[in-house]
Design a protein around this ligand. Structure first.
Ligand SMILES: Cc1cc2nc3c(=O)[nH]c(=O)nc-3n(C[C@H](O)[C@H](O)[C@H](O)COP(=O)(O)O)c2cc1C
Length: 220
């Protein structure tokens, strides 16, 4: 499965089997996390065999079961932290999908377990991502249409493909509150108002880059 197929195959999965993440899969995941941390300055950590974060009433209320591994999206407190976590977290999410793993971004329905991961001085935990072998593959979300999340006159094919890819992305409570606007050969991306909408923005920008085939330089 390549990364474009992974974008279509990925759905949030909240129920996991007890198969551990190990061997080459674990190695590939840790290598990518290391690359993302070096490039972004984030302090993303893979927490394995830690069932307590998703053992609370809140997690059950959120319909999670069998979650024993998650990514702690940690980084320096600054105004771009959420968006950066969204961008790099989704890069790991889609790579995980190609490795046969499943994921779910989780902003609320988990418990922060002290000592399960590190938060250095000046850092904070922005969000977590449950990861593991799903008991199911999830299901496609309902989606807005392109016109609701983009503005462009005579949109070129690459822009349409970028928006289409962004609509496949996970967003908090499936809110899809983002807007892509075309300005010549550049694009501006804005987050709307809503919980975790800045994390969503990073996520959808990563999808847009993949779908459009454009590099990060496309952003205005
Ligand atoms: C930033 C963010 C936060 C999320 N927080 C939660 C959460 O706390 N609990 C939960 O069950 N799902 C959470 N989700 C998953 C969304 O509900 C899910 O991505 C959305 O409904 C779209 O479905 P899909 O991921 O299957 O495409 C979150 C997703 C994102 C992107």
């Amino acid at each position: 499965m390549d990364i474009m197929e992974a974008m279509r195959a990925r759905h949030s999965v909240r129920s996991y089997t007890d198969k551990p993440i190990e061997g080459e899969t674990l190695q590939a995941l840790e290598t990518l996390i290391g690359e993302c941390n070096r490039e972004s300055g984030l302090h993303i950590q893979l927490v394995r065999n830690e069932p307590m974060a998703f053992d609370s009433t809140m997690a059950h209320y959120g319909k999670f079961s069998g979650v024993r591994n998650y990514l702690a999206m940690v980084g320096k407190k600054d105004k771009r932290l959420d968006e950066t976590c969204g961008y790099y977290g989704e890069k790991i999410v889609l790579a995980a999908q190609t490795l046969g793993l499943n994921t779910c971004w989780v902003g609320l329905t988990f418990k922060k377990i002290p000592d399960a991961f590190q938060i250095a001085d000046g850092e904070k935990l922005a969000i977590v991502i449950a990861i593991g072998y799903g008991a199911t593959q999830g299901a496609a979300h309902k989606s807005k249409d392109s016109a609701a999340v983009s503005k462009a006159k005579d949109a070129p094919e690459w822009f349409k493909n970028g928006v289409e890819a962004a609509l496949l992305a996970p967003t908090a409570i499936n809110q899809q509150k983002f807007l892509f606007t075309l300005h010549g050969d550049k694009v501006s991306a804005k987050a709307g108002l809503g919980p975790f909408s800045k994390v969503d923005l990073g996520i959808v920008k990563y999808h847009f880059e993949l779908g459009s085939g454009k590099e990060r330089a496309v952003w205005l």
